[in-house]
Design a protein around this ligand. Sequence first.
Ligand code: LIP
Length: 311
Amino acid sequence: SPLDLKEIHDFLISLALKAGDIITNALPDTGGTGSKKNSADLVTEYDRAVENMISTSLREKYPHYEYVCEVGSSTPEILMCVFPHQSRFHGEESYDPTRPLTDAPTFVVDPIDGTVNFVHSFPFACVSLGFAVDRVPTVGVVYNPFTQNLYSAIRGQGAFLNRQTRLPLKGDNVEPLSGLGNALIGVEWGSDRSGNNWETKLRTLERLGQSKENGGAMVRSMRSLGSAALNLCAVADGTLDLYWEGGCWAWDVCAGWVILTEAGGIVVDGNPGGWETCLDGRKYLAVRAAPDQRGQREIVEEFWGHMQGML
Ligand code: LIP
């Protein structure tokens, strides 16, 4: 049977609101959290609890689906649900590297995007619920329970803030993209603080910020919101002009991606030349809506031209 995207969208919204209650009632502590690969890559009991609630609720909603693995209660374990039409679940805390994203319809879920913010009570964290078909982000729900901003979109049907306000916030009156010099850009520290990715980021950020006399782009400023999904939503609503990231994962970007593209924005590769990019490419450059596509492409080229190395 054909996928009922509206039903999936509405169900994901109900799960996002439930997840929001868990997140706002939580009492995370900065010292007692678990780390994954290093002290900047955190996981809390709440990340696991939210992911468990989401996967369990999906099973209750779709009892005919065949679930082949279970998520563990204390350690992130594998959850892979094989639906009759090969749908799958791809969640941050239950990710199994031997089971990469496929073309099958897949729920791509980050239970708490912005875990560092969450642990420090910095109010930029969200639940990010995406649904991809043929690896194309198709349904997206991003909910920040601290600001109570709910972003959602279905491919081909527009993007909305709090279910009513169409994005981008300026509607058809979006301003032209008049070059990096006038841009506010979202960038992230990420959790890889060594190696090529880190070097490329640092040198590129230096060049982006530097004065024009010294060869830089002298962007207006850069922001680190601490959540890929919220960066993408900020580009979607028009409060950021661009967002650039190397190192995050499909679950960080799937939901925000469809919200952004439905709001008239574009996502290309974080490295020069990649006009066609993919959901699990792990490097992304997002640009807000503009009156013409040429403006979007020009600012991408300008950005790529300032990059110092490849991610
Ligand atoms: C985080 C991202 C953040 C990125 C980090 C990390 P988490 O997700 O959203 O923007 O820079 O590398 O992936 O770990 O909070 O879900």
